[in-house]
Design a protein around this ligand. Structure first.
Ligand code: 9C2
Ligand code: ZN
Length: 436
């Protein structure tokens, strides 16, 4: 193995919904990492990609032997950077099993869901242009600032109430189907029971009806609903005191869009405080609305979209694929777990550990006292980013710590114990994604 700890410079995506110019933490981090980055103040900077996905490469800096090389290719030539047990576990792929990102969100992302592995294989085989790889993409979002998003279908009783309360939705779905849904769903059915299956079928029928309605119908009803939200917000207050404002706000971003119905009315509107996280498994509908987040996912870029987007939409696959789970949103929130393999002066070093093998994320925060934090060796590769403040990082015992500024990203090889040092006088925060 050449080097066990080196800095990487990561590429980014200028998707429409990103924060603009240097107001975006993606742009700030990119410019900090590579001072020759010219930030275009008229452009959105949406996602920083840290990893080995071929769409956006990470490149090695500050390493005499590897300088300028693409991380993906270096990893391919040095399987020990992944480790044989992980390579076997993930079907022989000599790549990082995860993709790590920073998202800086100005306006809503698409209403979307990600496939599981069997579906990803089919989508990729049939339409490689829109489904660029054959992997699943379970993901986790950790709020860095206050965050807002849509996540999962609302509970069934709330959906019944919504269908009864919002005349425009009622008209799109049609009185007969609304009645069929409202009369037959059993909100507290046991998960996995026959009734649960029946509930999900009914929900799919309603969602399918909405998503397959002609554009002209959606547009006309959206106009009426937005007017109602502006002039008679009390109607929406019966459902959620935030709803009328949300409809008006998202209509400014995507006028008369189907997302006003399928997102604002049918999905949970979730708010996370900094440090809180949620996990989205395969086939869970979601859309992020605002905030800065750290996102980690299996190494994939497969997205099935159906609203709030100028990108390719695939309504048929979206309607067919969803689980139609209506479990309480609390189940998707992630606990912050203690992590005994990290010891020292940091204020916190906590683990977000979703129920999948591809990744976990460790958040470490030093307060203004600074100090040193030790991390035992991980049995797999990891990538760590500093999102706030400045410090240093070193292989344990090394006399040459490396500067670790906000926006810098390091790759740490399997089996490497490291130390982070936070400077006194400022807070220092890092996020480290890893697989074992
Ligand atoms: O990159 C999303 C970004 O595809 N977030 O959203 O641009 O497709 O609307 P758009 C993906 C991101 O990692 C994600 O899955 N939930
Ligand atoms: Zn997503």
């Amino acid at each position: 193995m050449v080097s066990k700890l080196f800095r990487i410079d990561c590429g980014y995506q200028n998707y429409d919904w990103g924060k603009i110019g240097s107001s975006s933490s993606v742009a700030q981090f990119a410019a900090s990492s590579n001072p020759s980055t010219e930030i275009d103040e008229s452009k959105p900077y949406a996602e920083l990609w840290m990893g080995t996905h071929p769409n956006v490469p990470s490149t090695i800096v500050d390493d005499a032997a590897l300088q300028g090389q693409v991380l993906r290719l270096v990893v391919e030539q040095h399987p020990e950077y992944v480790g044989s047990s992980l390579i076997d576990k993930f079907g022989g792929k000599v790549q990082l099993p995860f993709l790590f990102k920073v998202l800086s969100i100005q306006k809503a992302l698409s209403i979307q869901a990600h496939p599981d592995i069997p579906l990803a294989k089919v989508l990729h085989a049939n339409d490689p242009k829109h489904y660029p790889d054959d992997n699943h993409k379970p993901e986790m979002a950790i709020a860095v600032t206050e965050f807002e998003g849509f996540c999962g279908f609302k509970p069934l009783d709330q959906l019944s109430k919504t269908l009864a309360t919002v005349p425009e939705l009622n008209e799109i779905i049609g009185g007969d189907l609304v009645q069929e849904f409202t009369k037959n769903v059993v909100p507290d059915a046991e998960e996995g029971s026959q009734q649960d299956t029946a509930n999900r079928k009914l929900l799919q029928k309603v969602f399918g009806k909405l998503m397959n309605s002609p554009d002209s119908v959606i547009e006309a009803q959206a106009k009426k609903m937005v007017e109602r939200a502006q002039n008679d917000p009390a109607v929406f207050d019966q459902l959620d005191s935030r709803l009328a404002k949300l409809i008006v706000r998202l209509n400014e971003q995507f006028p008369n869009d189907i997302g006003l119905f399928c997102g604002c009315l049918l999905l949970n509107h979730v708010e996370l405080n900094p440090g809180e996280a949620m996990y989205l498994g395969a086939k869970d509908p979601h859309a992020y609305i605002s905030g800065n987040i750290i996102e980690c996912m299996a190494a994939s870029d497969n997205v099935v979209r159906a609203g709030f987007t100028p990108k390719f939409k695939d309504v048929e696959n979206l309607v067919n694929m969803l689980t139609y789970s209506y479990a309480p949103i609390e189940r998707q929130k992630m606990p912050l777990l203690p992590f005994s393999r990290s010891q020292g002066d940091a204020k916190t070093s906590v683990l977000y550990d979703p129920p999948i093998a591809e990744f976990a994320v460790l958040q470490t925060i030093f307060d203004t006292n600074g100090g040193k934090q030790h991390f035992d060796a991980f049995n797999g590769p990891s990538i760590v980013i500093a999102t706030k403040g400045n410090g240093t990082i070193a292989i344990e015992g090394s006399t040459e710590p490396q500067v670790f500024k906000q926006g810098y990203v390091y790759f740490i090889a399997p089996g490497t114990s490291v130390e982070l040092v936070g400077n006194a006088g400022e807070e220092f925060t890092t996020y480290r994604a890893f697989a074992e």
